[in-house]
Design a protein around this ligand. Structure first.
Ligand code: NI
Length: 395
């Protein structure tokens, strides 16, 4: 089977590169992936693969039935949206859409999944069970396309026994993949804080309530949530990335200060408790200094849990397919990913695809305007995705 898949992957590689380049050149923002969706549908139609569309508007679900289709169902997910970034790469397939770029590799994920679909469809009389392929919109934007597709029933009829997805990873050299069983990526919540005081002449502070001073205390005080309230065994991050006064000058105390930040961690109970502590600390502290505080939390994605036994099994299978040295172990990350929603519903495995190539100077990180991949990665990924799916169906 390994040899058959490798041969098919070799035959398909150039075609998959062309699909990837087309998607890369025509990126669309989260929940606006109309042309991308049509493009995916046209390829599935040409391949003769059944699908339903209109999921969360632009999502597509393809189904490939093997022998005994009810025996086991394996779901695969590819996200299809791009980012609001102006591409700086000088390549023939550079983004044609101004200010929009596939800078997180979702073009690669989509093309990879089409390639794997072609291989699996061709092998459907050689495996038992069903493969359910989810082309999902809006990974980059709250509330996340995953949460919407789950609400619309993507994990029902047929219900997958497990789900897998891969993500490009520039720090990992092309040819390699990385796995991490257990908790892998953080939950991420957005914090919007408004601190209100009373503005006036900076030379007469006794007549004012200074929201700048309250904010300074607040930013420091909130760090105790991470350093003193969090269990040191549960990684947590609290960062403020934006601080703005509404008005104010060297000699003017403003009325209001706004802060924006992010809170990330790996435990749902602690996440809930931390929200309460942050809110009450902020409100009490502002009140103690004569001001007031509105602390708003936009709940983002939950933490991503890689099912231990499934992920360990897939790591071993990746070694079998790519070679022992090529499948490495990865540390946890504080970034977030909406695949986490699936991972709280059914056993999940989210792994990383090496796409970097230091010799060819392909090293830019995701979410940068010079991000790109070594397209050799697609040769490995379409074969590996097919191999892992067939192994997961077997066990
Ligand atoms: Ni991404």
């Amino acid at each position: 089977m390994k040899a058959i898949i490798k041969r098919k992957a070799n035959q398909l590689h150039q075609q998959v590169v062309e699909w990837r380049r087309h998607i890369h050149a025509n990126p669309e923002l989260s929940f606006e992936e109309y042309e991308t969706s049509q493009y995916i549908a046209s390829i599935l139609t040409a391949l003769g693969i059944d699908y339903t569309d209109g999921w969360a508007k632009t999502g597509i679900v393809a189904v490939i039935k093997g022998k005994k289709p009810k025996k086991k169902v394996v779901a695969l997910r590819a996200d299809i949206d791009a980012l609001p970034i102006q591409e700086k790469n000088r390549v023939p397939y550079k983004s044609k859409n101004k200010g929009v770029m596939h800078a997180c590799g979702h073009d690669v994920h989509t093309a990879n999944m089409l390639g794997a679909a072609a291989i699996l469809h061709g092998l459907r009389d050689k495996f038992e069970g069903t493969v359910k392929i989810i082309f999902q919109p809006g990974e980059e934007k709250l509330p996340g396309g995953a949460s919407l597709m789950i609400k619309e029933g993507v994990l029902d009829n047929p219900k997958p026994d497990l789900i897998m997805a891969l993500h490009v990873h520039p720090p990992l050299e092309v040819g390699k993949v990385g796995f991490r069983p257990g908790v892998y990526m953080a939950s991420a919540d957005e914090l919007y804080v408004s601190i209100k005081g009373k503005g006036g002449h900076a030379a007469v502070p006794q007549n004012c309530i200074d929201p700048i001073l309250i904010s300074s205390h607040l930013i420091t005080a909130l760090q105790q949530v991470v350093s003193r309230r969090a269990n040191p065994n549960i990684p947590s991050v609290l960062s403020f990335g934006k601080i703005n006064s509404i008005g104010g000058a060297t000699n003017i105390i403003p009325n209001e200060v706004k802060l924006e930040g992010t809170f990330r961690t790996f435990d749902e109970a602690w996440r809930k408790q931390a929200h309460k502590i942050m809110k009450s600390t902020a409100e009490t502290l502002a009140a103690s200094m004569g001001g007031s505080c509105e602390f708003t939390i936009a709940k983002g994605y939950p933490f991503l849990l890689n099912n231990e036994s499934l992920t360990e099994q897939m790591h071993q299978e990746a070694k079998t397919y790519l070679g022992d040295e090529q499948a490495v172990s990865l540390p946890i990350r504080m970034t977030a990913e909406d695949f986490a929603f699936y991972s709280h519903q059914i056993p999940a495995c989210f792994f990383r695809l090496g796409t970097g190539n230091k010799k060819r100077r392909i090293t830019s990180h995701v979410h940068t305007d010079t991000f790109n991949i070594d397209e050799e990665a697609l040769l490995h990924s379409i074969g590996l995705t097919s191999w892992l799916t067939i192994q997961a169906l077997k066990s």
